[in-house]
Each structure stands twice: as C-alpha cells, then as structure tokens.
Write a protein of this length. Structure first.
Length: 165
C-alpha cells in the first residue's frame, strides 16, 4: 500500500502518541523516546509497501517500535540504572497525574513484561492479539502479564509504604 503525504500525516496523528508511550516506557528517557518515534515513522516510509491494512499497520508499528527500542538499548548499552524515571517527562504518557506511582512502577518492569501489560491495559488488546502482534505464544503472554501484575503490586505497595514512613 503506497502512502501519500496526507496518509502519513494521518497515520502520525493517530499513532504517534502510542508509539511515544511504548518508546518512553522502554527507554525511560524523553530524548531517546522522541528519537525512536522518528525512527519508527522513517521505517514506515521506507517499508510502506509491506502494510496490508489498517489493523496490520497498528501491529506493524508496535512491532517495529519494540524492535527499535531493543536495538537502541543494545546499541547504547543502556542499563536500568543509567536513567531515573522522571514522571515529569511523561505527560504525554499519562493524562491523569494520580497514576504517577503506577507509571513509575511500570517503568521499572523489563520490556518483556512491560510491553504486554501496556498493550493489554492501556491499548486494550486481547491476549490473542498481543500474541499475534509480538509473535509470542499466548501462554507466554498470559504468564508475562501475570508476573508483571504481581511485580507492579509489590512495587506500588513498597512505594506506598516508603511514602508513609
């Protein structure tokens, strides 16, 4: 499917926020996330002939975003300790500041746990859709979401406990 300039603008308008949220949660850095978003849409322009439909486009964008973030992490040798998650950078990530504790906890998860839980609860995908999108067995998706929820609960409880002290 060949895209016109209007098509690309329309796609960017619809999906840029979603791509940014995934990038920010993976990279934990506003600048890297913004660079990654540009990279994803450059890849879209370079590979537009691979897009078959609107549903395929969204899956393709999520998959490319995930892979690009993994590449950036590997390339830059990012470690989880290099960046402190700054919730102020994440205003595009969350509309409601009451969930900043959840945002911080979500950012502490590994990408393999963060992405499925994000796609399920924030983007509304079913386990089957996430399984298809990420090319991972559905049982693996279920287990990753299960363990992510357990880890999030512990992180949030720990944060609340620390706030009370």
């Amino acid at each position: 499917m060949l895209l016109s300039n209007n098509d690309v603008e329309h796609i960017y308008t619809i999906y840029a926020d979603m791509v940014y949220r995934i990038c920010f949660l993976s990279l934990k850095n506003k600048t890297d996330a913004e660079d990654a978003v540009q990279g994803v849409f450059i890849k879209l322009l370079e590979n537009q002939d691979r897009i078959k439909s609107e549903d395929h486009l969204k899956y393709w964008l999520i998959r490319v975003t995930q892979n690009l973030c993994k590449d950036i992490i590997k390339k830059n040798n990012h470690s989880r300790k290099e960046y402190l998650f700054d919730i102020k950078d994440s205003q595009a990530l969350y509309e409601n500041n009451n969930i900043s504790c959840l945002g911080e906890a979500l950012a502490k998860l590994s990408q393999e746990h963060m992405l499925p839980i994000y796609l399920h609860y924030y983007e509304g995908y079913s386990y089957k859709e996430i399984s298809t999108m990420l090319k991972i067995p559905i049982t693996t998706i279920k287990m990753r979401i299960y363990y992510a929820k357990k880890k999030l609960k512990l992180l949030i409880e720990e944060d609340i406990k620390n706030d009370r002290e």
